[in-house]
Design a protein around this ligand. Structure first.
Ligand code: HEM
Length: 119
């Protein structure tokens, strides 16, 4: 029984050590954790991408490339197009006419994140 307890003790702490080692080696994946590694863009950089062919927006300090998302947005493209190349927090918060987007819509932005705003 003592041998079994000893083996179980070793097995448990080996698993803990393995988990810690794997965690230490894997890159950070959280949204906020990843910010430090994202490139910085100025509003002048964002302004160069002001068309449906290349549509960047700055929203709450982060920069997104929504070019591939616009065809999936539930409005005709011109609704989002007006905000391409701009600080678009107001557009996101008001949809251009008042109410904020749902939390689900805010969560959908993450895959399009390309950087943080420098200024
Ligand atoms: C910043 C410019 C944007 C404007 C002006 C805008 C405007 C609108 C409008 C007018 C609607 C439909 C009417 C309504 O639901 O009341 C809508 C719905 C929606 N939009 Fe946007 N949108 C923008 C950006 C985005 C972005 C970046 C995403 C996500 C990546 C998004 C996701 C959605 C979703 C999921 C809906 C369905 C309703 C909801 O969940 O709020 N929109 N948007």
């Amino acid at each position: 029984m003592k041998k079994f307890m000893f083996a179980a003790f070793i097995a448990f702490w080996s698993s803990v050590a393995t988990l810690l080692a794997v965690q230490a080696m894997s890159p950070e994946t959280g949204l906020d954790g990843a910010d430090g590694e994202l490139p910085e863009f100025t509003l002048a950089d964002v302004a160069k991408h002001n068309t449906l062919a290349s549509c960047w927006m700055a929203i709450e300090g982060k920069v997104y490339d929504f070019t591939d998302y616009i065809p999936k947005h539930p409005t005709p493209p011109f609704v989002m197009e007006q905000w391409c190349g701009r600080e678009a927090t107001e557009g996101m918060r008001t949809k251009g006419y008042g109410p904020d987007h749902t939390p689900a819509a805010w969560a959908m932005m993450e895959p399009y994140l390309i950087g943080v705003l420098a200024d």
